[in-house]
Write a protein that binds this ligand. Structure first.
Ligand code: SF4
Length: 333
């Protein structure tokens, strides 16, 4: 008798693969959501989720918003534990604002390609060559870089922050060159620009926008200034308005249009579907998807609440210097 080769049995998937644009609760998620809710109360925790998070994470969050909104929530929360459903620099910002609270990032690998483009040493080098100069950094930076900055900003208040600066001093705007181009257009202020970009937004091409416009001719465009396509589209349609993620919500609510092409990371479609019911939101491309943001899941949120790990902390010497530009950003609006 000869041994017959054994064919390995590959188990069938137990649950359907989740569509990253759909809000429905999958069968296996109901118990996890209940467990998270129980632990959230037991541990006096708050869950803050970025607009680019998975739908099932946005649904269980206490607050969903952009970096500025999340920073404001982190600054005012009474909770003892902050679970940050976002990426590492956001959890650092929460830790800078709340040194005595426990800040959890359910997966420490959730980084940011844009934040990785600039270093504290690079900013120090610019300051050495530009005495008296001011450094404005997008909130998508590490705590080390914030500690070298004069002001932080988000896409929602970058124009106001730059407008508030004294004239006649050199300014460095870092690290997003697309947002910098938008700010220069809006303010007319000459600035040195760091040559950084987010890989997700940079990859969105004008052709992606055009092909969705051809498929949905009545849809209005909602374009984020971080997008690589924004400069090229603006040169063709100079009167086009760009919107921060919060600005997209307000525009979709106020507009008479019923359909919108959402030109940013796909998670924003979830937020818009939730906040502006009855209208239709079309992602510019299903591949405009940040794999760092999507590392946060219901499973690792539950584990982090069970173990109160992994924690994000910032050394006190860095924290106190990084706090000032963040507080200036929060004060400007
Ligand atoms: S979408 Fe881009 S800027 Fe936002 S976290 Fe991901 S890599 Fe960073």
């Amino acid at each position: 008798m000869t041994d017959r080769p054994v064919t390995p049995v590959i188990p069938r998937p137990q649950t359907p693969h989740r569509d990253l644009l759909q809000l429905e609760v999958l069968p296996d998620e109901a118990q996890m959501r209940a467990d998270i809710e129980q632990l959230r109360q037991e541990k006096n925790a708050v869950i803050l989720a970025h607009n680019y998070q998975r739908p099932e994470v946005q649904v269980i969050a206490d607050f969903v918003g952009d970096s500025l909104g999340l920073s404001r929530q982190a600054a005012r929360t009474d909770a003892e534990v902050i679970v940050f459903a976002g990426v590492h620099f956001m959890a650092e910002t929460a830790a800078i604002l709340n040194p005595h609270k426990t800040v959890l990032l359910p997966d420490l690998r959730a980084g940011c390609s844009l934040a990785d483009t600039v270093t504290a040493q690079g900013v120090r080098d610019w300051k050495a060559s530009n005495p008296g100069g001011l450094v404005v950094t997008y909130v998508n930076t590490t705590a080390d870089v914030k500690a070298e900055s004069d002001y932080c900003c988000t896409s929602g208040n970058a124009v106001q922050v730059v407008q508030s600066l004294p004239q006649d001093v050199p300014v460095l705007f870092a690290p997003d060159r697309f947002l910098a181009a938008h700010v220069i257009r809006e303010t007319g202020r000459a600035m040195d620009v760091w040559d950084g970009a987010c890989h997700v937004h940079e990859a969105i091409r004008p052709e992606d926008v055009q092909s969705q416009q051809a498929a949905y001719p009545d849809a209005e465009l909602l374009i984020h200034p971080e997008c690589g396509c924004s400069s090229r589209i603006l040169s063709a349609i100079p009167e086009l308005q760009l919107y921060s993620t919060e600005g997209m919500i307000h525009r979709a609510q106020a507009s008479a249009a019923q359909e919108f092409i959402v030109v940013t990371e796909t998670g924003m479609v979830t937020r818009l579907q939730h906040d502006v019911p009855g209208k239709t939101f079309i992602p510019v491309s299903r591949t405009a998807c940040c794999e760092y943001m999507k590392m946060i899941t219901l499973g690792n949120i539950l584990e982090s609440l069970q173990n109160l790990q992994p924690r994000v902390t910032v050394p006190e010497e860095i924290r106190t210097r990084a706090l000032l530009p963040i507080e200036r950003m929060l004060a400007i609006g």
